[in-house]
Design a protein around this ligand. Structure first.
Ligand code: PBG
Length: 320
C-alpha cells in the first residue's frame, strides 16, 4: 500500500476526491444600516453586515470563485411578531439585500432561507397554536408566501429550513402557478434538532426564548437515520432539486446514505457550532488552522457531498 503514498505526485495521482471552489456556498448574516459590521462573539471572524457590505462580500465571493451565497437576516426586535409577518414584507431586509446584490453582481447565485425564526417573537420556525405547538399547515401557508416574496425579490435558490411536512410540494406548486418554472429548491431535508446551531441563533437573535422541547417537534432526532432518508425522499418527491444534510461533520453517515440510496445532489451544512468549535481550538493553538479546515472540507466530499455550506468558504477558496 505504501508505494502509492511515497511522493506527493503519486499521492495526488491516486487521490479519489477533490475539493474545488465551486463546491462552496458562503452563508452571510445581514443587518439594517449602512457601512456597519457587528462581530458575533461565538463566531470569531464572522460578522453581521449591512446591505452595502454584504454587496462587497458578494463581490469578494465572486472574485474568489465561490458560486453562491446564503443570506440570513438579523431582524430588529421591534419587527418580530407572533406570526412573523415581516417574513412576507417585500421590502424586508433580505429582499433589499437580494436586490442590491443582484444589481451589483448578477452572476452570483443567492440562496435564501425559508423559515420564520428570524421573524417570530418566540424564535420558532413556524406559527404556534394555543398550546405552543408549531402548527404545520398554517406555517406552510406562511412559508409559501415567504417563498413568493423571495422569488419576487430575485433570489436564485429557495431553501426551506423549517422541517414542516408538505412544504416543498406547496412551494413548488406556488412557483409553477407564478411562472417561476426554473426556480431551484434546495431543501434542508435532513435537518436535525441539534445543539450545534447555538451560535447561529445568537447571530440572528433567535432561540433565546425557545422553551420545552425546543425544535424537537419538527427537526429530526439525532438518533435516527432511516427517518432522515424518508424525509429526503419526501422532499425529492415533492419537487426539491437539491437536498441538504445538517449539521455537517457529526452527520457524514447521512450524506453517504443519501448519495448511495437516492443519488441526488446532496449538500452538507457545516453549521455555526462546528465553526465555533474549530475556531476555539485554533485560537488556543490546539489544532493547526489551515490543515484542519482543508481536511474537514475534503471529508465532506469523500462522504458524498456535492458541496458545502460553510463559514470558512472565503478562507478555503483563497487556498484552492
Ligand atoms: C433557521 C436556520 C437555522 C440554521 C439555518 N437556518 C437554525 C435553527 O434551525 O435553529 C442554523 C445554521 C447554523 O447553525 O449555522 N431555521
Amino acid at each position: 500500500m505504501r508505494r502509492l503514498r511515497r511522493t506527493s505526485q503519486i499521492r495526488e495521482m491516486v487521490q479519489e476526491h477533490r475539493l474545488d471552489r465551486s463546491d462552496l456556498i458562503w452563508p452571510l448574516f445581514v443587518i439594517d444600516g449602512v457601512n456597519q459590521k457587528q462581530d458575533i462573539a461565538s463566531m470569531p471572524g464572522v460578522s453581521r453586515l449591512t446591505v452595502d457590505l454584504a454587496v462587497d462580500a458578494a463581490k469578494k465571493a465572486l472574485d474568489l470563485g465561490i458560486p453562491a451565497i446564503a443570506l440570513f437576516p438579523k431582524t430588529e426586535d421591534s419587527l418580530k411578531t407572533e406570526l412573523g409577518e415581516e417574513a412576507i414584507n417585500p421590502n424586508n431586509l433580505i429582499c433589499k439585500t437580494v436586490k442590491a446584490v443582484k444589481k451589483a453582481c448578477p452572476e452570483i447565485a443567492i440562496l435564501c432561507d425559508v423559515a420564520l425564526d428570524p421573524y417570530t417573537s418566540h424564535g420558532h420556525d413556524g406559527v404556534l397554536d394555543k398550546t405552543g405547538y408549531v402548527e404545520n399547515d398554517r406555517t406552510v401557508e406562511m412559508l409559501v408566501a415567504q417563498s413568493k416574496t423571495l422569488a419576487d425579490a430575485g433570489c436564485d435558490i429557495i431553501a426551506p429550513s423549517d422541517m414542516m411536512d408538505g412544504r416543498i410540494g406547496a412551494i413548488r406548486k406556488m412557483l409553477e402557478d407564478n411562472s417561476y418554472h426554473n426556480m431551484l429548491i434546495m431543501a434542508y431535508a435532513a435537518k436535525y434538532a441539534s445543539s450545534f446551531y447555538g451560535p447561529f441563533r445568537d447571530a440572528v437573535g433567535a432561540g433565546k426564548k425557545l422553551g420545552g422541547d425546543g425544535k424537537q417537534t419538527y427537526q429530526l432526532n439525532p438518533a435516527n437515520s432511516d427517518e432522515a432518508i424518508r424525509e429526503i425522499q419526501a422532499d425529492i418527491a415533492e419537487g426539491a432539486d437539491m437536498v441538504m444534510v445538517k449539521p455537517g461533520m457529526p452527520y457524514l453517515d447521512i450524506i453517504r446514505r443519501c448519495k448511495d440510496e437516492l443519488g441526488y445532489p446532496c449538500f452538507a451544512y457545516q453549521v455555526s457550532g462546528e465553526y465555533a468549535m474549530l475556531m476555539a481550538a485554533f485560537e488556543q493553538g490546539w489544532l493547526s488552522e489551515e490543515q484542519t479546515v482543508m481536511e474537514v472540507m475534503m471529508c465532506f466530499k469523500r462522504a458524498g457531498a456535492s458541496g458545502i455550506l460553510t463559514y470558512f468558504a472565503p478562507y478555503v477558496a483563497a487556498r484552492l
